[in-house]
Design a protein around this ligand. Structure first.
Ligand code: AMO
Length: 435
């Protein structure tokens, strides 16, 4: 007899029928004559099973098993009123009697045992929503005729500045883990047009924050002959389309995680837009402070925006907002200067509403080889490792631009989770390389 997934059999049409399920003991309550076992299957489906206590005497939490029985409806049954009255039980593996994950555990312990914590319903629901977010983002690119590409993770050069590079020994030379696929995507637009990729990016972030990982999943897109306005529209459409589809498809999982999906109904295009100058004025009138070396001082023109700034800019909004027109100095060497506004970069960061802050960053790229060389030198980067990138400006350069979006940041917002470590299966931070 074939076994069934729990979600498939919790239906009235199977009442009174014999069924077989496989899974793990999620909860267990042994009474004198009969025992109640909550079984969780390999898609997180949950059902109560009732068996004579004599047949489950040694059973432990997380033991793997198969149960054959008859489906009944009983309003007292936990998890949706269906219950299997067991006829036969086969135990695959009797788990040790000390499964470390229970109901009330410290965040650190849950992280130490992440390989087991992934079996909790909270993590199962997160993982499903995350998978659907990736699926919907991919669908949008496929439907809109963008070509998916992949870029190397072992690279010779920095994209986002030298301070967050992870060095790796690469045979006889030094390599780095990629911070961004952007430069490679820029090479691909000449032969493939609009391209996108999704893969890990690495940042040696030396601070512990609720929105930085040392390894994160990075969605990046690049296209020839586009403008800043196109970049705004692409990100608006991508985000709205994906969020709407995710909230439709994963409504149950979002409900389980207490996410009010009505919040997403208020999102509409075009997103709000705020110039960097306007942002700084708002932040100064809110007396936002930043850390400048040892010193704490009021934010001023020329500073990058920190989490507190982004919170102030987005707390009272229900729609995402683009902050555009940063000073060139706070942006990497490749950004294009606004021809109409000296010293201003043609870039924009997209901030998510209700205090969530930056989810993507993008803009137009500098086309002039001389300007690029000067900037590479000024950032103290090794010119030789950029010679291939500079070639792109020698042979038929065109106006182009793109953006990079942090998947865990998006997951964090869609589910409304506090810490980014909850938005990834196996988080990597300064303090965590295991499991
Ligand atoms: P940037 O460095 O801003 O830009 O990164 C793009 C997006 O990636 C996410 N992100 C992170 N997520 C988790 N942990 C981190 N440590 C982390 N660092 C960044 C953020 C951010 O908006 N090449 C450019 C983009 C471009 O211009 O195309 C880049 O990488 O959501």
């Amino acid at each position: 007899m074939k076994y069934s997934r729990i979600s498939e059999i919790k239906k009235d049409e199977f009442l009174g029928k014999e069924i077989k399920i496989r899974g793990w003991v999620h909860r267990l309550r042994k009474q004198k004559d009969k025992s109640f076992i909550i079984i969780r299957d390999d898609r997180g489906g949950i059902i109560q099973c009732v068996l004579p206590s004599t047949s489950v005497q040694d059973l432990t939490i997380e033991s793997s098993l198969e149960i054959r029985g008859i489906l009944f409806k009983d309003d007292r049954a936990k998890e949706g009123g269906y219950e299997i009255r067991g006829v036969e039980i086969i135990i695959y593996n009797l788990a040790n009697n000390d499964f470390p994950i229970g109901e009330y555990q410290s965040t650190e312990l849950l992280l130490d045992y992440r390989h087991l914590t992934l079996r909790t319903r909270r993590m199962i629901n997160m993982a499903k929503i995350r998978a659907t977010i990736l699926e919907k983002l991919r669908n949008w690119f496929v439907e809109n005729d963008w070509i998916e590409v992949t870029a190397p993770t072992l690279v010779k050069s920095a994209v986002e500045g030298g301070s967050t590079l992870f060095p790796v020994k690469y045979f006889k030379e030094e390599a780095f883990l990629s911070q961004s696929a952007q430069l490679y995507l820029e090479a691909l637009i000449f032969s493939l047009g609009p391209v996108w990729t999704i893969g890990p990016s690495f940042r040696a972030e030396k601070s512990r924050t609720i929105r930085h990982l040392a390894e994160y999943l990075h969605l990046e897109a690049e296209a020839p002959w586009i403008t800043m306005n196109d970049l705004f529209t692409i990100q608006e459409k991508l985000l709205i389309n994906s969020v709407q589809n995710v909230t439709k498809e994963r409504i149950e999982e979002l409900k389980f995680l207490n996410r009010d999906v009505l919040a997403f109904n208020q999102i509409e295009e075009p997103f709000d837009k705020l110039s960097y100058g306007q942002a700084i004025d708002i932040l100064r009138s809110n007396d936002i402070k930043i850390q400048d070396g040892e010193m704490t001082r009021k934010i001023e023109w020329g500073d990058d925006l920190n989490l507190d700034s982004e919170k102030v800019l987005t707390n009272d909004r229900s729609n995402p907002v683009f902050v555009y027109g940063y000073p060139l100095e706070v942006k990497p060497f490749y950004v294009k200067e606004d021809p109409e506004s000296q010293g201003i970069a043609l870039t924009a960061d997209l901030l998510l509403p209700n205090g969530f802050g930056e989810v993507s960053s993008g803009g137009m790229r500098e086309e002039n080889i001389t300007v690029l060389k000067t900037r590479i030198k000024k950032e103290g980067l090794d010119m030789n490792s950029y010679s291939w990138y500079l070639d792109l400006r020698k042979y038929g350069s065109v106006p182009h631009g793109g953006f990079g979006l942090g998947i865990e940041r998006l997951v964090r917002w869609i589910i409304n989770l506090e810490d980014i470590k909850e938005c990834v299966l196996f988080p990597r931070t300064m303090a965590r390389l295991n499991p």
